[in-house]
Design a protein. Structure first.
Length: 207
C-alpha cells in the first residue's frame, strides 16, 4: 500500500495538488468543499451518515466519478468517509467494512466497482478489514430513474449474502456512494442482519 501510494499519490479533489492519503482536499480548497455530515434513519431503521448534499458541484463530481472515468476520486471519497464516520461513531468498533454490490455486467461496462473502491480504502484508513459480504444476483434498473415506491420494488430479491463469511455478532459499516430514499441500503442491511450481524451502520458520500 505504501509503494502504491508513492506511485499513485492522493490528489486534492479541487486543485489536483498532491495531499496526504487521509485528506480529501488541500487546506486551500477545504473551504470550497465543506463537509457537512448529516445522519438520517433509512427505512429499515438503521442509521446512515452522509457528507454532502447531492447538488451543484457535489453532484457533478459524483457523476464524473461514476460515469466519466474519474476513478481516482475513490481516494478522496474514502478519506471523506473516514472523516465523517470517526466524527459520528468514533467510539464504535467496526468488525468489517463492506459495500453495496454491483452486478458484474455493470462493473465490466464501467471498468471498476466505484463503491467497493471507496469502502476498501476507507477501511484501510481506519485500520479495519474490508469484506465483500454481499453480491448482486441479477441486474435491476438504475435507482435514479425511479420513484420512491419503484425504488423499493427495484431492490427486492436483487441482493444476497456471500455465505463464505461468518458475521454472527459482528458490527458492520455498509458503504454506498449516494443515498436517496435508502431503499438499497435498507435491502442490503436487512440481509446482513438476517445473517447474524449484530448491528449495521451506513455511510455515503452524497445524500
Amino acid at each position: 500500500m505504501i509503494l502504491w501510494n508513492m506511485l499513485f499519490p492522493n490528489r486534492c479533489l479541487g486543485c489536483n495538488n498532491v495531499i496526504d492519503i487521509d485528506k480529501p482536499f488541500c487546506d486551500k480548497c477545504s473551504s470550497f468543499f465543506s463537509i457537512e455530515p448529516e445522519i438520517q434513519i433509512i427505512p429499515n431503521g438503521c442509521l446512515c451518515i452522509s457528507a454532502f448534499d447531492h447538488s451543484r458541484k457535489y453532484r457533478e463530481y459524483m457523476l464524473d466519478f461514476k460515469f466519466y472515468n474519474k476513478k481516482y476520486y475513490y481516494k478522496n471519497y474514502a478519506a471523506v468517509i473516514n472523516i465523517i464516520v470517526k466524527q459520528a461513531w468514533g467510539d464504535i468498533k467496526f468488525d468489517y467494512y463492506t459495500s453495496v454490490p454491483a452486478h458484474r455486467d455493470k462493473i465490466k461496462k464501467r471498468g471498476y466497482h466505484q463503491t467497493k473502491l471507496i469502502a476498501l480504502n476507507s477501511a484501510d484508513l481506519n485500520h479495519c478489514k474490508y469484506k465483500p459480504l454481499l453480491i448482486q444476483t441479477k441486474m435491476n434498473k438504475s435507482q435514479h430513474t425511479l420513484s420512491a415506491v419503484e425504488r423499493k420494488q427495484n431492490t427486492e430479491n436483487v441482493y444476497a449474502f456471500s455465505d463464505k463469511y461468518n458475521i454472527t455478532g459482528k458490527t458492520i459499516l455498509l458503504i454506498d456512494d449516494v443515498v436517496t430514499t435508502g431503499s438499497t441500503l435498507s435491502a442490503c442491511a436487512d440481509i446482513l442482519l438476517a445473517n447474524g450481524a449484530k448491528a449495521v451502520y451506513c455511510a455515503t458520500i452524497n445524500r
